[in-house]
Design a protein. Structure first.
Length: 173
């Protein structure tokens, strides 16, 4: 376990631990593997495979694969997981790929692909691709691509397209 990291560090290789908690800043050029990764400060990662991600600070990564993830700060890169929650007022620049996705009120996501997506009021998503999704009142979707169905309660959707398949393969259920 690496816990309570409050300074700054740079790892040129890989990092593997049961639980990693970052309060300061860390850069890992190699692969990160952990049961749990909690970032309260900032982390710049190459690639990571984690059971659970808590991104309360700032995370930038080529790709993070997580069983489940919660973003309550900012995330830049590609985030793939079974269940992903983007908390209210949080920002994701890049792509979120999820089996189940919840986007909180006033959150911003550049591109999201999900089996089931629930978008809260006043959230903004540039491109949303889903099999089934529910979009809350006052949300803005630049482009919506759906396979089976969508519900939009007084949401602003610039372009809607029914499709046979999504652009990205979803994680296993």
């Amino acid at each position: 376990m690496i816990s309570g990291w409050g300074g700054s560090g740079k790892i040129t290789g890989s990092l593997e631990a049961g639980r990693i908690r970052i309060g300061g800043s860390i850069t890992v050029s190699g692969r990160v593997k952990a049961d749990e990764l909690v970032v309260g400060g900032s982390a710049v990662l190459g690639e990571a495979v984690v059971g659970r991600l808590e991104a309360g600070g700032s995370v930038e990564a080529e790709e993070v694969k997580a069983g489940e993830a919660r973003v309550s700060g900012t995330f830049k890169g590609r985030l793939t997981g079974g269940r992903i929650v983007v908390e209210k007022k949080s920002k994701v620049k890049g792509t979120v790929v999820a089996g189940e996705l919840k986007v909180g009120r006033r959150a911003e996501v550049e591109h999201a692909v999900a089996r089931e997506a629930e978008v809260a009021r006043e959230a903004e998503i540039g491109l949303l691709e889903c099999i089934r999704c529910i979009i809350g009142r006052g949300a803005w979707i630049g482009r919506l691509r759906y396979v089976e169905s969508y519900e939009a309660e007084e949401a602003e959707i610039d372009k809607v397209e029914k499709t046979d398949e999504l652009s990205i393969t979803l994680p296993e259920a």
